[in-house]
Design a protein. Structure first.
Length: 224
């Protein structure tokens, strides 16, 4: 560590995801690193968990975070990879592996991650198995609410995820939010399956509503 780094404080990283529960589009994992001495700037900007911010504010903060961050790393996991991990009951392990890939590119001394596992220590261990660097890793539930650097990462992940959904929306029109609780999303999927007999490539076939729909479609074909 050089004298400038010592003066600016350690490099703190935050990692979060967006789209884990979505039935359409990728799972996005984002990481942000920032000098400890600059973390106050994130508070001053109004950086918070992306879920409590409106879309306009998220877009504004995205640009501001990109300016003050030392490093930003984004990884996207396509639906087929999500489906494969779900088939092995390994979605948490997949997310941990992707988070590790992000951390490997942050260069941070200390990293806070939003933990999706009920066991925070187990999830940290999953991540550390895939690290090629040796930062101190903090695995925390609700880290996107409790740590401002993770909040910043949540905004980067959410905006990136929204952009991916918009690309799909531009091509296929009314797909809703992409989440199974959204009736517009499920109406789009039901119509797609009815018309094509299969799921769109940008949807997760392992998610229960779509899996059942596909099973019903196969059964109907067998009865004919």
């Amino acid at each position: 560590m050089n004298s400038l780094q010592l003066h600016d404080g350690i490099l703190v990283g935050g990692v979060d995801e967006a789209g884990r529960g979505s039935i359409i589009g990728p799972l996005v994992v984002a990481g942000v690193s920032i000098r400890e001495t600059k973390m106050a700037q994130l508070y001053e900007m109004g950086v918070k968990d992306s879920k409590v911010l409106n879309p306009r504010v998220r877009v504004q903060l995205f640009g501001e975070i990109m300016k003050v961050a030392e490093t930003v790393c984004i990884r996207k996991v396509i639906p087929t990879d999500v489906d494969y991990s779900v088939s092995l009951r390994g979605l948490n392990k997949l997310e941990a592996k992707v988070m590790a890939a992000v951390i490997n590119n942050l260069g941070a001394d200390e990293v806070y991650v939003d933990c999706c596992d009920v066991n925070q220590d187990r999830y940290r261990n999953y991540i550390e198995q895939h690290l090629s660097c040796s930062p101190k890793v903090h695995s925390m539930h609700h880290a996107d609410e409790l740590n401002v650097v993770v909040s910043a990462a949540s905004i980067i992940a959410k905006i990136t995820r929204d952009q991916e959904i918009q690309h799909i929306r531009n091509k296929y029109s009314s797909i809703g939010s992409g989440y199974p609780a959204d009736e517009r999303t499920m109406r789009f999927i039901r119509r797609w399956v009815a018309r094509n007999g299969t799921a769109p490539e940008f949807a997760r076939k392992s998610w229960r509503p779509l899996r059942l729909l596909l099973e019903q479609t196969v059964q109907c074909k067998l009865k004919k």
